[in-house]
Design a protein around this ligand. Sequence first.
Ligand code: ATP
Ligand code: MG
Ligand code: MG
Length: 355
Amino acid sequence: MPTVWVLGAGQLGAMLKQAAYPLALRVEPVEPDSEQLPNIKDDDIVTVEREQWPDTPVTRYMSQQASFMNADIFGKIADRFHQKTMLDSLEINTAPWCSVEVDTKAAALHAELGCDVLLKRREGGYDGKGQHWLYQDQGGDVPADWRGTGIAEKKIPFDEELSLIGARDQDGKKVFYPLTLNLHRNGILMASIAPLSRVAHLQDTAEAMLGKIMDSANYVGVMAMECFRVGEQLIVNELAPRVHNSGHWTQAGACVSQFEMHLRAVSRLPIKAPEVRGYSVMINIIGVERELDWMKIPSTQCYWYGKDVRPGRKLGHINLNHPEKSALQTALHELRELLPEHYQDVFNWVETELA
Ligand code: ATP
Ligand code: MG
Ligand code: MG
């Protein structure tokens, strides 16, 4: 049985491992700073569950393997400068941007990108960490520690955020899940809904965009494309060359989850267009202690990652799925009662969408 070695051992690696059993694959997530090098055999596969990794003996060893999938894409996507350059060269719509050099002045950024400008670290940002807003009416300059380390983006007055999860196999076959509607608070994903008939007319456009990106990189596996919807236009926010939080609903809502799809693609097993079941909602558990009563609610799948509880930290997620909207609404109502006050607007958002 070949082993799929996963660079990174967080919750995404754990969920890849969970998905491996029906495929008779062994999946071994590896911590970048573990002491021992993995024993990678010739017919094994190396994949990743994170966008970036520190340079350690283990990561150097894993990323130098001939079987390291998509080796040349990670550098291009993990650095926003290269990712945005790639999107521009493919003529894929993305937020207007420019590089923040050591001598870039706020005035020049405002002149090019407007009064509200979002600085983003070139590397390492996640969950909205690694962002800094520059507001012209507040007159701030580019902070010293941002010089030469970031890009600047125009503020997109988006109607909402959508993401597309797709997969591509070694023969270039591509499959996609339906567009997912996402709610972020302070840069962190709080909830996702899929499928949603009112955005179905954007599916083909989104697939063409992500398909072009995956083809151009000869990418194999699951990739996520985060988008802003502005009217009928899709603008790519960022790409993730891996399984993605906004695809967690597929564990409950699709015949093949994004985790199984990724494993199938990288290990040369057939991929297929995922059949989607009923309506799905995913609620992220951020900075909240586990409540065992969540587990009693019908139509839920509860994932608790076993991490220390800290404010703002992703600790788990709950998938809710049902063929009937009304049953889903009942389950959401029960869950709402068990989550703290600051979740109320998340549930209001979900319930409005499902009404
Ligand atoms: P992730 O955890 O998804 O990797 P991240 O830290 O890499 O997050 P982004 O996805 O770039 O950051 O941004 C986080 C959120 O900030 C977006 O989902 C969106 O809500 C908001 N945002 C990002 N870029 C812009 C923009 N140009 N205009 C307006 N809002 C934005
Ligand atoms: Mg990101
Ligand atoms: Mg993002």
